[in-house]
Design a protein around this ligand. Sequence first.
Ligand SMILES: [Mn+2]
Length: 332
Amino acid sequence: MSIEVVYTHDDFDGIGSAAIFAHHFRPAAIRFTSPKRLAEEPVGERDAVLDLPYARRCAVWFDHHEQNFDEPGYLGIDPASLPGLRQPAPSCARVILNWYQAEGVAYPDHFAELVDAIDKFDAMSFTDLDDWLRVTSGRMVNESLVLPNETPRDRFRYYAFLADLLEQRSLAECAAEPTVAARYRERSRLSEQNRDVLRKIGRFDPRDRHRRLLLLDFTGLKFQPAVDKKLALIDHPDVDYVLSVYPVFENKVKTNAVTISIGRNFLRPDGRQVDWGEYFAQKNIGGGHPDAAGARLDARNKPERDRLLDELFQEIIRRVNEPPDTGVAEGS
Ligand SMILES: [Mn+2]
């Protein structure tokens, strides 16, 4: 099968998936995109799609997101007739490697450790804070991916370079490569600054007596900082959720609207479970996944915005503090 363009997710899993895919399929080009932007991409019948939703007409499709698996069926296409492999797995890179094994395709030894590392970051399956923060080759490569103020064009050029590197060399060699190492150092420096920002703005609502919901309110900042919010967990490892509030800018001017995102603390997989995607969707202000969701609140003025936010916080804090679902109807 000759593949023209690989469309892959613009994250560690997508880049690693492209590296492993390229070993056997030898595509002419790699393009990095997101699930949202995929619909705008000119995917053709000689192209491949990795770690992304199904695109009509592609030649081969690999994915591990179960919510995507039914998509061809809605278009009247039998998923079993599509080349590639879709199966639940911690990463798409794992799915491609599984396919190689099933097909008896030979691949270099270093793919196994690459996929082990990608599994951990894509599924955020770290046992504790130390496990997450340990400086491994996988962490160095993952941290090298995003630098603020870099154009998408430059970032994707780096991703193409990295995909090639990951195919050729061991993860340790990739992490030590001068470009990768320099980007990792720069990102580490910025992470320290980010932690200071997060320390300053992180707070708990007085109604949240057990401190289950860490609030990160970015509305007071003039610029939206490029922050990895997960870094707030270093100072607050015991929270169940992190809720962030961002100002909405229009033509570089701050409006009274805010966006909200809530994410579950990946360090506490046994904590409370609320389906926030459904919660926001039912209120008709947003949506998303059970463990990571977002919403938008529009207001005419600041007092109204503050009132709407306060009401929402109150409701969310109540939900976070409700006893775990025991099958008893809500409100009873
Ligand atoms: Mn993935």
